[in-house]
Design a binder for this molecule. Structure first.
Ligand SMILES: *Cc1c(COP(=O)(O)O)cnc(C)c1O
Ligand code: SF4
Length: 461
């Protein structure tokens, strides 16, 4: 029952004054944060923020990591990383920028460390139902490196390298160097393969929208970027292009300093305008700490040029699964004119089980984010279905058994009549259920029951 209101009480339509948390998204780091690292201690802002310095000094092995970080962490940490690398599906690659933003006083818990440096001591066994190309991108590929899943849009993997390598990469089957765990399919930047992709796209008038990804378009040479952009814009039926890159999150210096690359991109954007088409940049920020004053410089420049920038984020346990973190990320991106477009529930990929959350956690988080800022800046929380059904709103499951950690989705526009499964991480389930997952027969029975229930009754949970 509500209390009767006394006349002195503040009017209910007056909000209390803002707390510092309400403006925290505007506070961007502008200190010499890289000087915490012994190898960068002597570097001026000008030297550190040189994009050539950033790309030439990436850390790609444990010896180099030790050289840069030195005595800030004990030797056991380097051994832990070394062991982690042996188990990882992705090769090691971190930019000096990202390395410097890790809190080296407690690296184990740091949200940037978690994304880029594996620690064997944190390793958890993979879910038993897990596969390497969980999204079946290759099944829907008419040409190597081109996935045509949705009727009107396609995903073009222009190359297979990135400015950094993320431990959780969904395309670990192709991206980066071979590792002990994976011998990769390679989609190098080859004009012959590109021509095949272009002629396929030209032959399909229903295609309107091409996602140019990889790998990462940051690693394309300016003339390659412009060639891809112009060739696709020249096709009359293509109306929209998106260039996907993690670059602004891990090496924002390039947006500020690499005039050739940025110039090539801006020419493609300008040309799309003249043709009444749309070209956007899709970034991949996962944590508010990735955004500093130098990021702002880069994104402000894109804003001045009228570039549309959207962000796709991957939900990860310990990185961005807390409401305050996701709220801060969304507000900080919005502040810099980046539209938070998607938050992806972590795909079922190998070797990073510690980073996955449950579907329920994604839904809970969505509830905490919606309402914090303008509706057009609130990301849609989606799950990319295992098996090629495409992206689905997390709330749209047909069936979800939280105890067994099984969700069933359908995708009427992509693969009508097919059911798609998502599995919560086994370590989040009760011990009796964990034991059932360990047994092949039990496992099959649980999955069969979930699929039957999803098919035979209207959604009720
Ligand atoms: C994500 C994706 C797209 C683009 O989908 P949107 O929902 O429009 O962002 C296109 N093709 C494939 C294969 C994809 O994975
Ligand atoms: S930048 Fe993207 S494609 Fe490259 S490793 Fe990271 S998630 Fe994978």
């Amino acid at each position: 029952m509500s209390q009767p209101r006394s006349p002195e009480a503040p009017s209910p339509c007056t909000r209390p004054p803002a707390t510092p948390a309400a403006t925290a998204h505007k506070e961007l780091r502008d200190d010499a944060f890289w000087q915490q690292l012994p190898a960068y201690r002597h570097l001026s802002a000008q030297e550190f923020h040189d994009h050539r310095f950033q790309s030439r000094n990436c850390v790609t092995n444990v010896a180099k990591l030790r050289e840069v970080v030195g005595p800030l962490v004990p030797e056991s940490f380097y051994q832990d990383v070394g062991q982690g690398v042996l188990r990882s599906t992705m090769s090691l690659r971190l930019s000096p920028y990202i390395l410097s933003l890790i809190d080296w006083k407690s690296p184990a818990e740091d949200p940037l460390r978690l994304q880029f440096l594996p620690l064997a001591s944190r390793w958890m066994p993979d879910h038993p139902e897990l596969a390497l190309d969980s999204l079946h991108e290759q099944k829907h590929s008419p040409v190597p490196g081109l996935t045509h899943r949705y009727a009107d849009r396609a995903l073009f993997l222009a190359l297979d390298t990135c400015p950094v390598y993320c431990r959780f990469c969904t395309r670990s089957y192709a991206v980066g160097l071979d590792t002990l765990q994976v011998e990769k399919l390679h989609f190098g930047a080859s004009s012959e393969r590109w021509e095949q992709a272009f002629s396929y796209i030209a032959s399909r008038p229903e295609l309107e929208d091409i996602v140019v990804s990889g790998g990462d378009v940051y690693n394309l040479r300016p003339e390659q970027l412009e060639h891809i952009g112009n060739t696709l814009l020249d096709l009359e039926h293509i109306r929209r292009l998106r260039f996907a890159t993690k670059g602004p999150a891990v090496m924002p210096q390039k947006l500020v300093g690499d005039q050739e690359w940025v110039g090539a991109f801006l020419r493609v954007v300008e040309r799309s305008r003249q043709l009444h088409k749309a070209v956007a940049l899709h970034t991949h920020f996962n944590h508010p700490n990735e955004i500093t004053a130098i990021t702002r410089q880069g994104l402000d420049f894109l804003a001045e040029q009228g570039v549309v920038v959207r962000n796709q984020c991957v939900l990860q346990r310990g990185v961005n699964d807390r409401a305050e973190t996701m709220q801060l990320l969304v507000k900080r991106l919005s502040f810099l004119n980046v539209q938070p477009y998607y938050v992806f529930v972590h795909d079922m990929v190998k070797g990073v089980e510690e980073l996955r959350t449950t579907l329920q956690q994604a839904m809970d988080l969505e509830k905490q984010v919606r309402g914090t800022t303008a509706g057009f800046h609130v990301p849609t929380f989606v799950l990319d279905t295992k098996g090629g059904g495409g992206k689905r709103d997390v709330h749209s499951y047909e069936y979800y058994d939280r105890e067994e950690g099984i969700a069933v989705f359908t995708s009427p526009t992509v693969m009508p009549g097919t059911q798609f499964l998502y599995f919560d991480p086994v370590h989040t389930l009760s011990s009796p259920v964990q034991r059932r997952w360990a047994e092949e027969g039990e496992r099959a029975a649980m999955i069969r029951t979930a699929l039957d229930r999803a098919a035979s009754r209207p959604r009720r949970n």
